[in-house]
Design a protein around this ligand. Structure first.
Ligand code: PMT
Length: 415
């Protein structure tokens, strides 16, 4: 077992109680996986099922899976009295997934005639509704009007997605994936009680790709995990998050605005556009300091020259983080070092105008590039150094955000 295996998994929902409402849809199988993901994230999950949901998924499945209570029958004499009221009251959030057209209509009209709709009436916690139905049903003006009504009341509508539908064919109406359902719950809790409500944080992730020709690029080993972890941690605390990344949108990015870029210049331009009104920029991306002077328009062919090899001319990229200058923007850098970690990282704070920097030694196998964990030292201009233990990258993100929130230049106001 390596040291990284002993690092506790992140628990973004620790101490939270979530009520999962399941309604009648073939996609109810995804709610089983969502319940597991919510509990893996630290939540205690109660489940309420409509009678039709119980025909798709027997309540016993949830009873075997979750730590909380499972309410499937209003008239069950062995169930606690007023179970829906207790479940509604203790919920930090309620997720209705899948939400059928009928349940959406009942929620919009304030009807309570089964364990799901009654619990929804009995809660004042944020409600997340994840529709699932055929695309023609979803497009019905009645369904859309009900969803608009719910939105106007502050209900979070998560999805639906476009994809294969049980009714045959493909279209808009598919229940979002369990990882996104769990992310929607985290986002809703953040938006309701999180410390970063009203803030906008830009996070960068991944290694830039500087084209040599249409098929090759100058790049590096960054997987984007560190940046994604910071973005998720900020989303979970209620911030509006723009993730500027060289990677495909990560699974579980619900509630995060993802901007895909390739090069340092594209990253710089995208950050500039997002930076107006932003509160912080956290640059976890590994930006290439140099790019090929010219990118060939067609694939370079191997030359049969007398002198083997080729010379690639490189020009300097801008220092992206140093170049972004927006009022109120606190800038946090990462320093990827292979030697003299502290001295090299410290030199970058002033040079790049940073509030602080997270230094990581990228020669370690359980830290830096690609690992799930990281070992960073947080350094600021005053010379103070905080050495964090080996942590999951999400928890490194949490610690960085704590630093940000206690920084003297972090504005007290909420926009
Ligand atoms: O993505 P992962 O696989 O999870 O790996 C995470 C990581 C190792 C990439 C991450 O933890 C990390 O260290 N990111 C910074 C990598 C880097 O470019 O370090 P640097 O020391 O060369 O640059 C210092 C800071 O300036 C960084 O915040 C960097 O984003 C920024 N920079 C660098 C060069 C440049 N031209 N413009 C910049 O803005």
């Amino acid at each position: 077992m390596s040291a990284a295996d002993a690092v506790p998994a992140p628990m973004p929902l620790r101490g939270r109680r979530v009520t999962l409402g399941v309604t009648g849809s073939v996609s109810a199988y995804k709610s089983v996986e969502a319940a597991r993901r919510l509990e893996d994230a630290g939540a205690l999950v109660d489940v309420a099922l409509t009678p039709s949901a119980a025909r798709f998924i027997p309540p016993l499945t949830f009873r075997s899976l979750v730590q909380g209570e499972v309410a499937a029958d209003l008239w069950d004499p062995s169930a606690p009295a007023e179970q829906h009221v207790a479940m509604g009251r203790r919920a930090d959030t309620m997720l209705v997934a899948p939400a059928s057209a009928t349940t959406i209509a009942k929620l919009a009209q304030g009807l309570g005639d089964n364990p799901v709709t009654l619990t929804a009436l009995a809660t004042s916690a944020p409600l997340v509704v994840a529709p699932a139905m055929d695309s023609v049903m979803y497009a019905q003006p009645g369904v859309q009007a009900n969803l608009e009504l719910l939105k106007a009341r502050g209900v979070f509508i998560a999805g639906p997605a476009i994809g294969r539908l049980a009714s045959g064919g493909s279209g808009l109406g598919r229940l979002i994936e369990p990882v996104e359902l769990a992310a929607a719950v985290r986002s809703a809790i953040g938006r309701t009680v999180g410390d970063l409500r009203g803030r906008h944080i830009i996070v960068t992730a991944g290694g830039t790709r500087e084209p040599i020709d249409p098929v090759r690029f100058v790049g590096n080993h960054s997987s984007g995990k560190m940046g994604v972890a910071v973005a998720e941690a900020a989303r979970d605390q209620g911030a509006a998050v723009t993730l500027v990344t060289t990677q495909s949108p990560p699974a579980g990015s619900y509630g995060i605005v993802v901007r895909r870029v390739d090069t340092a210049l594209e990253m710089q331009e995208t950050i500039r556009k997002a930076a107006r009104g932003a509160d912080a920029l956290v640059m976890a991306a590994a930006v290439a300091d140099y790019r090929p002077a010219e990118a060939a328009e067609s694939k370079l062919k191997k030359q049969d020259a007398e002198e083997p090899g080729m010379v690639l001319e490189l020009v300097e990229n801008p220092d992206v983080i140093a170049s972004i200058d927006a009022p109120h923007l606190l800038k946090v850098g990462f320093a990827a070092e292979t030697d003299d970690l502290i001295a090299n990282a410290r030199a970058k704070i002033e040079k790049k105008g940073l509030a602080f920097i997270a230094a990581n030694d990228v020669t370690e196998s359980d830290a830096g590039f690609q690992a799930e964990t990281n070992r960073v030292v947080l350094l600021d201009a005053s010379g103070e150094a905080e050495r964090l233990p080996l942590l999951h990258k999400y928890d490194v993100g949490v610690r960085i955000l704590e630093r940000l929130k206690s920084h003297p230049r972090w504005p007290a106001r909420q926009r």
